[in-house]
Design a protein around this ligand. Structure first.
Ligand SMILES: Cc1cc2nc3c(=O)[nH]c(=O)nc-3n(C[C@H](O)[C@H](O)[C@H](O)COP(=O)(O)O)c2cc1C
Length: 202
């Protein structure tokens, strides 16, 4: 019998742009049959947050890029997970990441790399973005392309610092975030199905 698996989206957003990206990841998750998204704001840690993360099949981490890395609030959450780490409570779960910054580059890769190392410390399995780079990669590209910012490790989004979250990140970046949500959810559903087959054969 199939089950509905949960993809948790554990994110921080200071001014709302990364929250919009997080919602787009959740929208992508919800498109996948057998998967449900759970949006979790990590600035409100507590037993409920840790319990929901423990129950999830996959955790997608999200943070704005502040001063070239994850925000302090996200890092407080990461450090707060040390008890889970000491028990390797998230080992074997899927992980992925996304970030928003104002600069087109903005050192977003450093934020995603930090999240991937964080996931590795927890023994999680990192799911990459899985999209070719676009826009300036070839002369025929456009700023409306999926993965216009050309990341591989996770979903990147850019939002001018003088525009509010109702206007940005760009539509292409939100579609890229939806893609990440779908990709993580599909992988998580397949993993859960494989686990059921393995358990039945044992
Ligand atoms: C403290 C601080 C540091 C920032 N550092 C960077 C940075 O290193 N690179 C960048 O491109 N943008 C930087 N920004 C801009 C934010 O990444 C950008 O405004 C982003 O959309 C904020 O996301 P949020 O609305 O989810 O907080 C910084 C903003 C703040 C407030």
């Amino acid at each position: 019998m199939s089950e509905t698996i949960t993809v948790a989206i554990a994110y921080h957003s200071g001014y709302g742009h990364t929250a919009r990206q997080a919602q787009a990841v959740a929208d992508g998750v919800e498109e996948v049959p057998g998967a449900a998204a759970r949006l979790l704001d990590v600035s409100e840690p507590g037993d409920r947050l840790w319990d929901e993360l423990a129950a999830a099949e996959a955790i997608v981490f999200g943070s704005p890029t502040y001063m070239g890395g994850p925000s302090a609030v996200f890092q407080t959450f990461a450090e707060g997970s040390s008890k889970v780490w000491s028990e390797q409570g998230w080992a074997g779960k899927l992980a992925a990441g996304f970030t928003t910054s104002a600069g087109v580059n903005g050192d977003k890769l450093n934020t995603l790399t930090s999240m991937a190392v964080f996931a590795a410390q927890h023994g999680m399995n990192w799911v990459s973005l899985g999209l070719p780079p676009a826009w300036l990669f070839t002369s025929t590209g456009s700023a409306d392309d999926l993965n216009r910012l050309g990341g591989f490790l996770g979903a990147m989004a850019q939002a001018p610092s003088d525009l509010g979250p109702e206007e940005h990140p760009a539509a292409a970046d939100l579609r890229t975030a939806e893609h990440l949500g779908r990709r993580v959810a599909r992988t998580a559903v397949e993993l859960a199905a494989g686990r059921r087959v393995t358990a039945a054969a044992a």
